[in-house]
Design a binder for this molecule. Structure first.
Ligand code: NAD
Length: 330
């Protein structure tokens, strides 16, 4: 059996090699994404695995994959919105994703950023960068004295809750689905508003959909304590970023840590050294000394990358061998 893997990054190669050795199956890695121009490359392969930002919208791609005997497209990501599921069905292509590759990877980033915010670390670092080593006015809070509010206690939110609890924080949450296994870790409140009003740190872990777009808007920000911090490692549009900037400028919020922003596809994972920033909201946030921005790196750990490869290729094998996979999406 031979598999073709598109959009392979350098950092994926060790995980890929480990999988090949464990499974005795040959993988051909290529760096380009799957497009109409290169779909012929799949000829002679049994299956494909992709991970790309470029949408697979052209019908001819699906048509040719079927014509060349391909039965599946395996994504190495949780999101599968780049695939046209109707076209995939029309050409008998089964689509699989990686629903969870390492909730701990995102949860650890969130804990790190929460600790940095309560330690005033962005302000300390800015002061030190121009030689100001004073600590007056920068007294910090300890996490064990604070209440952390989790909005969306699913795989990542639940893991973050456990880490915060282990550090001694009081953890509260709002999620319409209440998990028995989290009840010794956190207290569920009945409304998002109650969590926003009570927490010193709010961390967002909801999926992005029509209902969660701008879940944190001007109204929600008003419900938070002015000394509270907001963390978003979910999806950019979950926060109305202009309302957030206003709240920060008016000191209605102590600070924020953002691993994801609206329009991030135009700047995250690009080297823009020496260039003007392409987004005015990004520029405003980057200029605030109580805001921490990371370029959507929550997922990016060795464990997560190995899991993405293992789970995606395992699903490809399942479809090729037995025609089904537990990670099929439709
Ligand atoms: P999940 O499906 O396991 O959990 C989401 C939870 O949110 C569920 O429990 C659901 O009931 C709850 N929920 C849905 N709507 C809600 C609402 N309006 N209010 C409160 N709770 C609500 O998802 P997950 O795997 O934990 O992912 C969480 C988020 O993290 C997603 O947005 C995902 O895209 C994002 N993510 C980010 C990174 C990163 O690198 N920063 C990596 C992976 C995932």
């Amino acid at each position: 059996m031979k598999l073709l893997m598109f959009s392979v990054r350098e950092d994926e190669r060790p995980a890929l090699k480990a999988w090949e050795e464990r499974n005795g199956i040959e993988i051909t890695p290529i760096t380009d994404p799957l497009t109409t121009e290169n779909v012929e490359l799949v000829i002679g392969y049994d299956g494909i695995c992709i991970q790309q930002r470029v949408e697979v919208t052209e019908e001819s791609i699906y048509e040719k994959l079927k014509e060349f005997g391909i039965k599946q497209i395996s994504l190495r990501t949780a999101g599968y919105d780049i695939i046209d599921l109707k076209l995939a069905k029309k050409y008998d292509l089964k689509i699989t994703n990686v629903p969870a590759y390492s909730p701990t990877s995102v949860a650890e980033l969130v804990v790190m950023q929460a600790l940095r915010l309560i330690r005033n670390s962005p302000i300390v670092e800015e002061n030190m960068s121009h030689g100001d080593f004073r600590w007056g006015g920068l007294i910090a809070k300890e996490i064990n004295t604070l209440t952390v509010g989790i909005i969306g206690a699913g795989k990542i939110g639940g893991t973050a809750a456990r880490l915060f609890k282990a550090l001694g924080a009081n953890v509260i949450a709002f999620d319409p689905v209440q998990r028995e296994d989290l009840k010794d870790t956190l207290t569920y409140l009945n409304a998002q508003k109650e969590v926003l009003e009570k927490a010193d740190i709010i961390s967002l872990h909801v999926p992005l959909d029509e209902k969660t777009k701008h879940l944190i808007d001007a109204e929600a920000l008003k419900q938070m304590k002015p000394e509270a911090y907001l963390i978003n490692a979910a999806r950019g549009p979950v926060i109305d970023v202009e309302a957030l900037i206003n709240a920060l400028m008016q000191k209605k919020l102590a600070g924020a840590a953002l691993d994801t922003l609206p329009n991030e596809q135009y700047f995250f994972n690009y080297d823009l050294t020496g260039q003007a920033l392409p987004d005015k909201n990004l520029e405003k946030l980057m200029n605030m000394n109580n805001v921490l921005i990371t370029p959507h790196i929550g997922f990016y750990t060795t464990v997560a990358v190995q899991n993405m490869i293992d789970i995606a290729l395992g699903s490809a094998l399942d479809i090729i061998r037995i025609g089904e996979s537990e990670n099929e999406v439709s």
